[in-house]
Design a protein around this ligand. Sequence first.
Ligand code: UD1
Ligand code: CA
Length: 448
Amino acid sequence: MSIALIVLAAGQGTRMNSDLPKVLHRLAAAPLFVHALAAAAPLEPARRILVVGHGGAAVRKAAATFDPEVEIAEQAEQLGTGHAVAQAMPLLAGFEGRVIVLFGDTPFIRPETLAALAEARADVTVLGFEAADPGRYGRLVTADGALDRIVEWKDATEAERAIRLCNSGVLAADARLLGDLVAGLSNDNAAGEYYLTDVVAAARRRGLSAEVVLCDEAETLGINTRAELARAEALFQARARAGAMEDGVTLTAPETVFFAFDTAIGRDAIVGPNVIFGPGVTIESGAEIKGFCHLEGCHVSRGATVGPFARLRPGAELAEDVHVGNFVEIKNAQLDEGAKVGHLTYLGDAHVGEHANIGAGTVTCNYDGVMKHRTEIGARAFIGSDTMLVAPVKVGAGALTASGSVITQDVPAEALAVARARQETKPGLAARLFEKLRAEKARRSKKD
Ligand code: UD1
Ligand code: CA
């Protein structure tokens, strides 16, 4: 069956005390709403709609970056969760299938839970949980196993507040039915809001069925404050570390490694202490990332070694058995099999051929202040220590640059390029110079 997703993300999140709309705060290097979308990704929803309000322009921009196919519905005024869903429904006119409504600030719903919701047979299905402390959650009122209605805490009687079965906020219904039901909502309640939760009672009045799918309370954890965001980050990282180890990755000091929402690491890879993964990193089996590395938007192939203290930025692609050593930064550069760049180097907008060797202190001068330019280094080339490669420039296969060279012209294959001042040697001059300096120092200390 076709699935459409509606993610509610219009609220400001007052308790974050932030200029940023709540759903743009990051968990594991991705805005909160991306986690809600990701949880539903295995269901392969045909449509994904984000309802935006506060900071709408910024949310749109982030949505375009993280999920360009996401559709945006505008909710100019936040009149309640039911009103928010109603703003998305016109986009689904003619859509045949089931709609799942999620909250953009609830990042831990498991894909398996959403699958159970998608498969449920009732006309309206609500994701509920048994709360340890039900607090101010909406309560699920059931009779003979069926869901009768949801009552918001503000509107609940003492007896209803005693119910432990709570509303997660996630709900599923047939698209056309949901459109009808939200169009008929009223805001005659304690909050003066159009409650999405009222669609349950409305469906039952029409003689339709409603049921509850249960999940673990931990899945429904919503983020409202910076402290909750920090706790959510810790929880995410703890799970990511455990997951990586279960997948056969060695983490020398797991509690010091930080994963992004999409980090992918192959079996028998080794990750040392204090390694940070930004978004878009894939590490193949058997690669080793030594301590204190920072990686983002890069690919590290089988058998490659990186670090300690290396930085791989977006577009860094290391082929098999590449070696990247300490204090090396690589950005938008492809290193072919067996290339070595051991120390103190910047490679940006470059291609390095197989088994080339890049000496310590090499810099690709890729930026002229206005534009970026590429550097091409051929297979088995040997770049001498402290070479400046002023791009655009090519060094051919098997060529060599002398240490300390500033290379501004292409170097043909197998040529040797020297581009530095010729050395002058003055016999005895150092000794005479030091003698003069020491005499001067002695004269000065006598005066004092
Ligand atoms: C909601 C549920 C409650 C449930 C709880 C679980 C309703 C009426 N109540 O209450 O039963 O126990 O979630 O956490 O649905 N939003 C919009 N536009 C709006 C209002 C809200 O986009 O006009 C978004 C918010 O940004 C947020 C989500 O919807 O992501 C939930 O809204 P919130 O006001 O936090 O609902 P609760 O009062 O917590
Ligand atoms: Ca809430």
